[in-house]
Design a protein around this ligand. Structure first.
Ligand SMILES: Nc1nc2c(ncn2[C@@H]2O[C@H](COP(=O)(O)OP(=O)(O)OP(=O)(O)O)[C@@H](O)[C@H]2O)c(=O)[nH]1
Ligand SMILES: [Mg+2]
Ligand SMILES: [Zn+2]
Length: 303
């Protein structure tokens, strides 16, 4: 007889599956790997699965339930196809730190494009606000206003100031959220603060590169006492986009949806074409220059 559960951790060979709170180590029969050749991981953290438990107490995954949604990225290390970062989530957060490492707008925009394309509500966490100096505060305020205007949630946090985590705690209550971002931004640290007692390992920042040292090595779904789940993920340098056509990219920039209707060519890429509604809106100051710049960078990276 099989039992239904949720995948909370995956190390490639073994999967930890939570069956009503009881965590079982499970294997995945080889047939799933053959069936889904285009993905490097047929089962992802967050998946709902049916498990059969053997006499030795370990399980075998029999069925993977259809996903409500998922976040993919291009597989890394020269592998073809896509990797599923996480499945079945209600809200995806991109975590950035003001310093060590610095905010990367290109990273944020790639992340948001993926969330738009896969219809996942998204937000931005600006962490390490205690390290802000110079005009960092102003910058974060301006950028937050920009993204809020586009329909994304934004919060500022610092693990040095528990009061700053209040807003984020409200946002993650009762739903499944995921933290995605570069190594060292503080994804795991924030989770340790939100859920005292879990004591996940956090890493130092390299004084040379001002980046993290890839402390978290696999994604993990953490149940919150307050109801809800957060998935902590390993730091990534870049979010390689999958399966997006050049002519559809602007569909995933909310501020381009209206202007793109005025383009002369139906397959306009809003880069050089005459009679382009998006370029016109940009020239009139209706589209933020950094966002348009991100658009062009992403456009160039698509094939
Ligand atoms: N000053 C300051 N340091 C922070 C803050 N949040 C995290 N850190 C520090 O940043 C370092 C990296 O934190 P982690 O939580 O390991 O970062 P991560 O995003 O999980 O990194 P990976 O697991 O490598 O992807 C640790 O030394 C934390 O103490 C913050 O709000 N302020
Ligand atoms: Mg981590
Ligand atoms: Zn156009």
């Amino acid at each position: 007889m099989s039992k239904k559960g949720r995948v909370i951790q995956s190390t490639g060979k073994w999967y930890k599956v939570s069956l009503n709170g009881e965590v079982i180590d499970c294997r995945l029969p080889g047939k799933f790997r053959l069936e889904k050749k285009e993905v490097t991981n047929p089962v992802a953290v967050g998946d709902i699965v049916d498990v059969v438990i053997g006499s030795d107490g370990t399980g075998s995954i029999e069925t993977i339930h259809e996903r409500e949604n998922y976040i993919p990225r291009q597989a890394t290390h020269g592998r073809r196809g896509e990797q599923i970062l996480v499945a079945n989530i209600d809200l995806a957060w991109v975590v950035q730190s003001v310093r060590q490492p610095k905010i990367n707008l290109g990273f944020i925009d790639r992340f948001l494009v993926t969330c738009e394309a896969y219809e996942i509500p998204a937000g931005i966490i600006f962490n390490k606000m205690d390290l802000a100096m110079g005009n960092d505060l102003e910058f974060v305020e301006d950028v937050s206003e920009l993204y809020r205007g586009l329909g994304y949630k934004t919060v500022t946090t610092s693990i040095k100031d528990p009061a700053m985590l209040k807003e984020l705690k409200e946002h993650v209550k009762g739903i499944t959220s995921v933290f995605i971002g570069p190594s060292g931004a503080g994804k795991t640290s924030i989770l340790n603060e939100i859920e005292p007692g879990i004591d996940l390992r956090v890493g130092e920042i390299s004084s040379y590169s001002q980046k993290g040292k890839h402390t978290t090595t696999f994604a993990q779904l953490i149940p919150l006492k307050d109801s809800g789940y957060i998935v902590d993920t390993p730091g990534i340098r870049e979010l390689g986009l999958v399966q997006i056509e050049k002519s559809e990219l602007s569909l995933y920039f909310p501020e381009m949806l209206e202007p793109r209707q005025n383009c002369k060519f139906y397959n306009c890429t809003h880069y050089h074409e005459p009679g382009c509604g998006v370029i016109e809106a940009y020239e009139q100051g209706e589209i933020d220059p950094d966002r348009y710049n991100s658009y062009l960078n992403i456009l160039e990276s698509l094939d």
